[in-house]
Design a binder for this molecule. Structure first.
Ligand SMILES: [Fe+2]
Length: 281
């Protein structure tokens, strides 16, 4: 694994805002049902949290969130796991986006100059700034969803590396690629990539599980896009219900040791998010 530590994508206030939106609950209704003063909830949303663990627990109950994870976010101590050995190399490409980062990921055999790219950042300049010099060939490109900060560099990457296989989620369209849907599995020598349709953040959104099926040890990598982050989830811009369903589905569909490579924020594991992620309650 090559990369540097980066901060969580979302703080307590972001999670509360997303959770209220997902649950269809107004701030006033949350205050009334949890018995927490609306001013204190507003302060938390404005990144000035002053909530007791009891207040956080009551809000977690109303919003149906994992209370342990929400309390951990409230104290700035959300736990992140150590990332175990993978049977291939992963290069997280963290590109500045707003006050956080948008991630793309290269996956390939360690020591090889070839790799597979997941998401393409906002454009080729952003990718170039974080591109590892040792990767000079791309076997394929997979997009999690067609949004500016994740798909902006697709055509330039395809042209530069002469990529023959470039894929975006079925149900949307993008220049320079073709659709791929639920259950499609592609092999690249020792590596295998399986697509899962995981709408919710967007109407067309894929997650990808990368495995080396013949490897004796090591786990898989779940490229989750804006489905699930360490300590949070993507905004439910398309469907809160489908986002929830797909978070639960993906966290139970793969082994707990699977490493999650999210579209924003740091790497995590399925086990860690099942235990703590507010939205995996
Ligand atoms: Fe995003």
């Amino acid at each position: 694994m090559k990369g540097t530590a980066i901060a969580l994508e979302d703080e307590l206030g972001d999670v509360l805002e997303k959770a209220m939106q997902q649950a269809g609950i107004t701030l006033e209704a949350l205050a009334q049902r949890s018995g927490v003063a609306s001013g204190k909830i507003l302060d938390a949303i404005d990144y000035r949290p002053d909530l007791s663990s009891d207040e956080l627990r009551r809000m977690a109950g109303v919003l149906q969130l994992n209370e342990v994870g929400l309390c951990a976010l409230g104290t700035g101590n959300y736990p992140l796991p150590s990332i175990g050995a993978l049977p291939f190399c992963v290069w997280p490409l963290a590109m500045p986006h707003g006050i956080g980062v948008a991630n793309a990921f290269l996956v390939g055999e360690c020591g090889s100059s070839r790799a597979i790219l997941f998401d393409t950042g906002a454009g080729i300049e952003a990718l170039d700034a974080v591109w590892p010099a040792e990767i000079r060939q791309l076997d394929a490109v997979f997009l999690t969803h067609v949004e500016a900060e994740h798909a902006g560099g697709l055509c330039e990457v395809v042209a530069r590396y002469g990529v023959k296989q470039a894929y975006f989620p079925a149900g949307t369209s993008a220049r320079c690629g073709q659709p791929i849907g639920e259950g499609a599995t592609l092999r690249f020598e020792r590596l295998e990539v399986t697509a899962y349709a995981t709408p919710g953040h967007a109407a067309a959104h894929n997650s990808y599980l990368v495995r080396a099926p013949r490897a004796v040890t090591g786990t898989g990598l779940l490229v989750s896009g804006d489905l699930v982050f360490a300590g949070s989830a993507g905004g439910a811009h398309f469907s809160p219900c489908q986002l929830q369903t797909n978070i639960r589905r993906m966290l139970s569909a793969v082994p707990p040791a699977t490493v999650i490579a999210p579209g924003h924020g740091p790497l995590t594991t399925v086990e860690n998010e099942l235990r703590y992620n507010p939205f995996a309650a």
